[in-house]
Design a protein. Structure first.
Length: 242
């Protein structure tokens, strides 16, 4: 039974790709050919296919993952890295809040970053965030002795800009490729649907209704920021997009 349901879901995805106005003619032709072949093999008709099975949020288990700020207080570029990781991984979002850490009977204010949405994707985003944050912080300390002073902070923010540049280039290449164009657009649409559902889940599960936060303006060193951009563009992203 499970195998047949998976087969029907596969056919539904192929049909959806055929109906996608952004799909290339090659993608449409290949999808029709493959769907017809699978339906004949399993003796399935179009009436047997429930397109509602493609709701990307239907089978997703929601969750959230917590990461503490490095210096108890969130640095601006930390939040930028978190947002980048959500865009890179997909199907999750992030927010930060203030909390209190109790150690040895002493209370210390601390900022917490939360990744929420698809449980698996949230965990991946949090893990990716920790790794990228460490790389940026270590580079800034090595080059400018700190990741919080003017030069180190400017370098770190530039690094995030470079990461976005690299990701945008990868996405453009995938969208320009006729073989992956439609699939990438479908993936983006699915991520948006899951993100919307995750906000509803966050509200019902934790009574949290998020408000968009404006980034405060800070002084920057354009020279060190430019160096950060170059290093960010050269950062090796994994194969998540492939």
């Amino acid at each position: 039974m499970k195998t047949l349901e998976k087969v029907k879901e596969k056919i539904a995805k192929l049909i959806a790709l055929c109906q996608d106005p952004s799909a290339s003619q090659g993608e449409i032709d290949n999808s029709i050919r493959l769907a017809t072949k699978i339906m004949a093999k399993f003796n399935i008709t179009r009436d047997d296919i429930d397109m509602n099975c493609l709701d990307p949020a239907k089978k997703v288990k929601m969750g959230r993952c917590m990461v503490s700020a490095m210096n108890t207080k969130e640095i601006r570029w930390e939040g930028q890295v978190a947002m980048f990781c959500c865009k890179f991984i997909g199907s999750c979002s992030c927010y930060s809040t203030s909390s209190v850490m109790i150690e040895g009977g002493k209370e210390t204010p601390i900022d917490i970053l939360f990744f929420y949405g698809s449980r698996n994707e949230s965990e991946m985003a949090a893990d990716t965030f920790r790794k990228i944050r460490e790389v940026i912080a270590n580079n800034a300390k090595m080059k400018y002795k700190s990741y919080t002073n003017l030069d180190g902070r400017s370098y770190a923010e530039g690094y995030v800009v470079g990461l976005y540049d690299s990701l945008d280039l990868q996405m453009k290449q995938l969208k320009d490729d006729p073989e992956t164009h439609g699939l990438i657009l479908q993936s983006e649409q699915a991520s948006l649907i899951i993100q919307d559902k995750s906000k509803e889940w966050l509200s019902s599960e934790y009574n949290i209704n998020l408000q968009q936060k404006r980034l405060r303006s800070v002084k920057q060193n354009n020279e060190t920021k430019a160096k950060g951009i170059i290093d960010g563009r050269n950062h090796s992203l994994n194969q998540k997009l492939q």
